[in-house]
Design a protein around this ligand. Structure first.
Ligand SMILES: C[S@@+](CC[C@H](N)C(=O)[O-])C[C@H]1O[C@@H](n2cnc3c(N)ncnc32)[C@H](O)[C@@H]1O
Length: 297
């Protein structure tokens, strides 16, 4: 595997969960995402991978799964998640790069990536990695930020915005923050080996004035209805998709789990507070109960 990789955004030490969600007046956005997840998630499952789990805001919503692996590049986000969710055998915390997942092929029966693809400079690479670690037929729930939303279209038509919301290329509105075109995401999903089953458009009423004057329950109910048009057109700022892992790819052996993210060797050898790779000699630390696959010791 190549040593180079796309840049990764830094959430180390960030208070994203508090500042963006808890103090940021985003109850509406959080609740409409919960509605979309309820609609798309399988009701039960064995092992789910949450990519870009952050502080675990969505993790309790995966209650139908026996076990959840929370993966994030930021150790401090995972520490916050562990504090919120607890250190039970139900949760495994893994600090790693979505471009280099440290799991054997065909391990998970489901994966989610919510509010994370929009940080990917190479979205196709992260989707290919996700597909690799899913069993054939596994479920993948992906949320992405949609450049072709009503606000961007109006701004473009009124000449307040230079980039076209209709063209397929990504728009990087801040460093390592991208909005994508639905057509581009659909193409990447197909190229990565996914069959798209359903799209829900989400957060149609993400407008400060509406959030102030319309009661929360009503606004969430209106969005829940509008979400159902997602297979026909996508004009909302956020889109949730459910895809299925296509093709006859390997399924992990019962005891297999981690592999070396650099050389893909498995199994790794357990050492005190570390996992060692006998393939390339790298050793990966365990820090504060979190497997750390970002840089070898
Ligand atoms: C906007 S937060 C979303 C957190 C959570 N999914 C939510 O919706 O509340 C994005 C998260 O993705 C993580 N992330 C971004 N790029 C990543 C990468 N290449 N590998 C692993 N995690 C990444 C960040 O560290 C951050 O915690």
């Amino acid at each position: 595997m190549s040593q180079s990789r796309p840049p990764v955004i830094n959430y180390e030490g960030s208070d994203y969960q508090q500042s963006f969600w808890e103090q940021g007046n985003r109850l509406y956005e959080d609740q409409v995402e919960a509605v979309a997840l309820r609609r798309l998630l399988p009701t039960a499952g064995r092992l789910l991978l949450e990519i870009g789990a952050g502080a675990g805001r969505n993790t309790p919503r995966y209650a139908g799964f026996e076990r959840v692996v929370l993966l994030d590049y930021s150790l401090t986000q995972l520490l916050q998640a562990a504090q919120r969710l607890g250190r039970t055998s139900r949760y495994t915390y893994v600090a790693a790069d979505a471009y280099r997942l440290p799991f054997v092929d065909g391990l998970f029966d489901a994966a989610t990536m919510i509010r994370t693809l929009h940080h990917m400079a190479d979205p196709l690479l992260s989707l290919r990695q996700t597909r690799r670690v899913l069993q054939p037929g596994g479920t993948f729930i992906l949320e992405y930020a949609n450049k072709q939303n009503v606000k961007a279209i109006l701004r473009y038509l009124l000449r307040r915005q230079s980039w076209s919301p209709f063209s397929p290329e990504a728009v990087e509105f801040a460093e390592l923050n991208f909005d994508f075109h639905p057509r581009a995401v659909r193409d990447w999903l197909a190229q990565a080996g996914f069959g798209l089953e359903r799209s829900l458009t989400v957060s149609h009423f993400r407008v400060g004035l509406l959030k102030r004057i319309v009661p929360l329950r009503l606004l969430v109910g209106m969005d829940a209805l509008a979400q159902l048009t997602g297979d026909w057109w996508q004009l909302s700022p956020s889109v949730f998709t459910r895809s299925r892992a296509a093709g006859e790819t390997p399924q992990a052996a019962a005891e297999a789990f981690f592999c070396c993210p650099m050389c893909r060797h498995a199994p790794l050898t357990e050492q005190p507070e570390a996992l060692a790779c006998s393939g390339c000699g790298r050793v990966w630390a365990m820090r504060e109960g979190i497997y750390d696959f970002r840089n070898p010791i």
